[in-house]
Design a binder for this molecule. Structure first.
Ligand SMILES: [Zn+2]
Length: 450
């Protein structure tokens, strides 16, 4: 038994959203009680006491779209990389990286991403991986790292035609084998690892490849695909696919539905939005990545008006979900030229929809602190100097808290990070090994030593 106490508790539940001096009791992987600290301590006298030291105790954050393959890119500049549009950015940077990722590079990228996520209070990730240098077994290698580090992870491999038929087929097989493994693991009670079936983007997926994906998936899971991130998808649909819009193509090939999540959807038409809604498909928005790639602002407010469920991810631009929350608000207000929009949508995406998506994929109640939910809990350092209560907690999270406020991260009842130190992991050793892999990757990309 573990009690997390000595701080305000933010539950993200409608009935009791805030407890000024609260506590969360954890038994194994499950929250067994949430309430006033004194009541909880009295109820579980023998439990270990984890002191939040006044920090805010809240549900772990969920990142619905990231890319482990970019984990070693921080600080990297690739010779000759000078993109003038989104496709050039892919060609000159990201595809070069994934074409040079061998298994150790994939493992190191997973450590980099997962450790950074834990430091930022993220307890669950949906990843979209590519390592075209070495595909077979890559999702299983990431799975092993996720299990070692304790991160709740939904994995997929981004199938693409971009590196030829053989690599495309290998990517389809990797998804299918991993999805089957995850389905079997779920039957054994595994709620830490899940699978989606990944596709890169509609503009690098032929009709034949989409059919192969649907066939190989065989109804095992939903699809995770980039759609209309840049104008490439729109251009491709008009020049190469007989004018059939990207979302309509996905519909025709049976890739949409309530288990599928489409990344970005910046340049979709109103008719495509209707298809997304009618099929119960999800969209995941990545505000900072979109700004960084200069691809435009996703019409998220319109998605909401039409009843489309929208999640929040980072696209690996950052691992800080609270930074993403802030940027979502300002890009939407800037785009709408309205200073009063986006607030409700921002909180719904990060705290409600991400939790619904994750609960759907992991078979546990996630994203709330309540009895019976999975014990994914974080403690955020937050000095308070203005009124702070259940009435205005969202304002404090939006404008005051950052991922780096995180001091303690607990996933599935396991304390991964306590008072800003990893509990079981040898952070120094992992970072040193990751650095060696980064040097190797950078050397391969730029033809020099680091
Ligand atoms: Zn992405």
């Amino acid at each position: 038994m573990l009690i997390v106490a000595n701080g305000p508790v933010v539950t993200r539940t409608p009935d009791c959203p805030f407890i000024e001096r609260g506590a969360v009791a954890i038994d194994g992987d499950t929250i067994v009680a949430v309430g006033e600290e004194q009541d909880i301590v009295d109820a579980y006298p023998g439990a270990e006491y984890l002191d939040a030291q006044g920090g805010v105790i809240m549900p772990g954050l969920i990142n619905c779209h990231t890319h482990i393959y970019s984990g070693l890119a921080r600080g990297l500049s690739i010779k000759g990389c000078d993109p003038h549009n989104f496709l050039e950015n892919l060609e000159q940077q990201w595809w070069k990286i994934d074409r040079n990722l061998y298994m150790d590079g994939t493992r190191a990228s997973a450590y980099a991403t997962i450790l950074e996520s834990i430091r930022n209070g993220v307890t669950c990730i949906f990843d979209h991986h590519a390592s075209y240098a070495e595909i077979p077994g890559s999702l299983f290698a990431i799975k092993d790292v996720a299990e070692e580090c304790g991160m709740r992870s939904c994995l997929c491999y981004e199938v693409s035609d971009r590196d030829g038929q053989q690599k495309c087929d290998e990517a389809i097989r990797e998804n299918a084998e991993f999805a089957q493994w995850a389905a079997d693991a779920r039957k054994q009670g595994n709620t830490m690892i899940a699978a989606m079936f990944g596709g890169h983007a509609t503009f690098t997926l032929s009709d034949e490849t989409m059919d192969k994906m649907a066939e190989a998936n065989n109804g095992l899971t939903g699809f995770h695909i980039h759609v209309c991130e840049g104008m490439n998808d729109v251009w491709d649909s008009r020049t190469n696919r007989g004018g059939i819009p990207p979302v309509e193509r996905l519909l025709q090939h049976g890739l949409l539905g309530p288990d599928t999540m489409l990344g970005h959807c910046i340049h979709v038409t109103p008719a495509e939005m209707d298809i997304v809604r009618e099929t119960g498909t999800w969209i995941v928005n990545n505000p900072e990545s979109n700004m960084g790639n200069a691809v435009g602002c996703a019409p998220v407010l319109e998605f909401f008006r039409r009843g489309i469920p929208v999640c929040m991810g980072t696209d690996a631009y950052t691992h800080d979900m609270l930074e993403s929350l802030k940027v979502f608000l300002i890009i939407q207000r800037h785009n709408a030229a309205m200073p009063n929009v986006g607030w409700g949508e921002a909180m719904t995406m990060l705290f409600t929809n991400n939790a619904r998506m994750a609960s759907r994929y992991f078979g546990r109640t996630l994203g709330v602190l309540e009895t019976g939910a999975a014990a994914d809990v974080v403690v955020m350092d937050y000095p308070r100097f203005t009124p702070f209560s259940g009435e205005n907690i969202d304002g404090h999270i939006l404008f005051g808290m950052m991922g780096r406020s995180c001091r303690t991260t607990i996933v599935n009842g396991r304390v991964l990070y306590r008072d800003r130190a990893f509990v079981d992991l040898d952070e120094e050793r992992i970072d040193a090994w990751t650095l060696e892999q980064a040097k190797r990757l950078w050397g391969d990309l730029n033809g020099r030593t680091y």
